[in-house]
Design a protein around this ligand. Structure first.
Ligand SMILES: *[C@@H]1O[C@H](CO)[C@@H](O)[C@H](O)[C@H]1NC(C)=O
Ligand SMILES: *[C@@H]1O[C@H](CO)[C@@H](O)[C@H](O)[C@H]1NC(C)=O
Ligand SMILES: *[C@@H]1O[C@H](CO)[C@@H](O)[C@H](O)[C@H]1NC(C)=O
Ligand SMILES: *[C@@H]1O[C@H](CO)[C@@H](O)[C@H](O)[C@H]1NC(C)=O
Length: 452
């Protein structure tokens, strides 16, 4: 008998999803309307004068133009979904407008909202969740499309899920201030959207994100006391948190995930013109076009294109990461400059091969010395992508306690586990996740059973 491995089962499930979407007879049943890329969609353009509106102002709303779908194909049976264009600000504080997607499950509790930040991990606007979660979008956003299955776990509990395009209109992957601002302003906009979405203005809001999504969630948690002090956030679950970007650049070089490097560098360059100019000046002319491809494709394509390469081979200097401008930008986007006031559940694989463990542990120690409230789980057996799945049950249970009003244990606690998948309470959650995800894939209603 094979041993029960939730990671494997869910990986198989994801594979089935991709298989279904690739092999389905799409010619036989043409889509009524292909999803429109953000850059071709006028909804994403803010109205004149929006710069003078307050942060978090709702600028436009509409029902999501196509149904939300797993792997761009299998429609989700939900009560409703909307997009909101809202006012936020970039890393330098300049006015910006971006879009958040609001998802209402059946039998929703309008007082519970989970802001789920996806691991978009790409430097192209065509990878934004508002686009890739729609039916008929390109499958290039498959990584984010797979995360819809984790959002389903929240929807099943009756929580509204909102997922912001926190990278903003320039797809500023890894820009911390940008991501934090856009996440917090999305919450402001969502709480002001009652007459459209039904969400209560005083709803409880929690944050969740893994990897690139933890970068956005973590920055939002850090910036909230100063940038959005009026927001009441009940906690944040952060997995595989990229505290130190430089550590990731070095860790992934010459391995399977080098594609994150051009995406990250070009994402930052979109927020820092001096960095953009510097990068352009050191790229080897014959390799420039290949490097810039990361500005017009998503994570999956980046991974394939840059597989195993040395990113230093694209530049004609050995001091790329040591240059004054790279040092300035990397330092500015290093977490730990501000202290979150909300409780945190942090989880990280000790052997994380993409987002090194040490900086996350160091951040935990630093936050705790400053009086934070954190539960940290160090996972011995998982690697980066596996912990996205195996760590999800603990994260959901922790978030559920916060929504149920259970006070988080005060102070900090640190725990090592062989694998989060076998933590107490985790197995039933995986069983339920699997059951509900299969149901969602075949179009069963998503949300708590109505008990009338
Ligand atoms: C809805 O959520 C609020 C806030 O968490 C809670 O007080 C209330 O009991 C919930 N309602 C139901 C029916 O669960
Ligand atoms: C919701 O309220 C806003 C602000 O009062 C208003 O501008 C908007 O038209 C309303 N939308 C709907 C669908 O009622
Ligand atoms: C690197 O390449 C750029 C563009 O080709 C060139 O302007 C620059 O002088 C080169 N720098 C070095 C150190 O070779
Ligand atoms: C980034 O890493 C490189 C290579 O280890 C190192 O030389 C550089 O000083 C680091 N830069 C920053 C800002 O940490």
């Amino acid at each position: 008998m094979k041993s029960f491995s939730p990671g494997r089962i869910i990986t198989a499930l994801l594979t089935v999803g991709v298989w279904l979407s690739v092999t389905s007879p799409s010619e036989a049943a043409p889509l009524k309307r292909a999803a429109v890329l953000p850059q071709n969609d006028a909804f994403y353009n803010p109205p004149a004068g929006y710069e003078s509106t307050a942060l978090g102002t709702v600028l436009k709303t509409r029902p999501v133009p196509n149904s939300l779908a797993a792997f761009s194909l299998l429609s989700q049976n939900i009560a409703g979904a909307w997009q909101i264009l809202y006012r936020t600000s970039d890393s330098s504080g300049n006015a910006q407008a971006t879009v958040t997607t609001v998802i209402e499950p059946h039998n929703a509790n309008a007082s519970r909202v989970l802001s789920y930040q996806v691991a978009e991990d790409s430097a192209w606007e065509g990878c934004a969740p508002s686009y890739v979660l729609q039916k008929g979008s390109s499958l290039s956003g498959v990584a984010t499309q797979a995360e819809l299955l984790l959002m389903d776990a929240a929807l099943t509990r009756g929580w509204y899920v909102v997922t912001p395009d926190y990278e903003g209109p320039s797809a500023s992957f890894t820009a911390g201030l940008q991501a934090g601002h856009a996440t917090l302003d999305s919450i402001r906009a969502v709480l002001a959207s009652t007459n459209v979405t039904g969400i209560k203005a005083n709803a409880d809001v929690a944050l969740w994100g893994y990897s690139g999504g933890a970068l956005a969630s973590g920055w939002a948690a850090e910036l909230q006391p100063t940038y959005a002090p009026e927001l009441r956030i009940i906690g944040a679950a952060l997995g595989g948190t990229p505290v130190d970007l430089n550590a990731t650049l070095n860790a992934v070089n010459k391995g399977p995930f080098v594609g994150l490097v051009p995406a990250g560098i070009l994402g930052l360059a979109s927020q820092y013109p001096e960095l953009a100019a510097y990068v352009d000046s050191v790229l080897i002319p014959s390799k420039k076009a290949n490097f810039y491809k990361a500005k017009s494709q998503c994570l999956a394509a980046d991974i394939i294109q840059f597989l195993g390469q040395d990113f230093n081979s694209y530049v004609n200097t050995t001091g790329f990461l040591n240059s004054p401008i790279a040092t300035k930008v990397l330092n500015e986007n290093h977490m730990g400059k501000y202290l979150p006031k909300i409780p945190l559940h942090m989880y990280h694989a000790i052997n994380d091969e993409i987002v090194p463990f040490a900086p996350a542990k160091a951040l935990y120690t630093q936050y705790c010395s400053q009086g934070a409230n954190i539960q940290f789980v160090a996972d011995q057996l998982s690697e980066h992508v596996i912990l996205l799945i195996t760590g999800s049950a603990d994260a959901i249970l922790w978030l559920q306690d916060r929504f149920n009003g259970v006070t988080a244990a005060s102070g900090c606690s640190y725990r090592t586990t062989a694998t989060s998948a076998l933590d107490p309470g985790a197995l039933p959650v995986f069983g339920e996740l699997l059951f509900n995800d299969l149901g969602a894939l075949v179009g069963l209603p998503i949300g708590p059973l109505s008990i009338t």
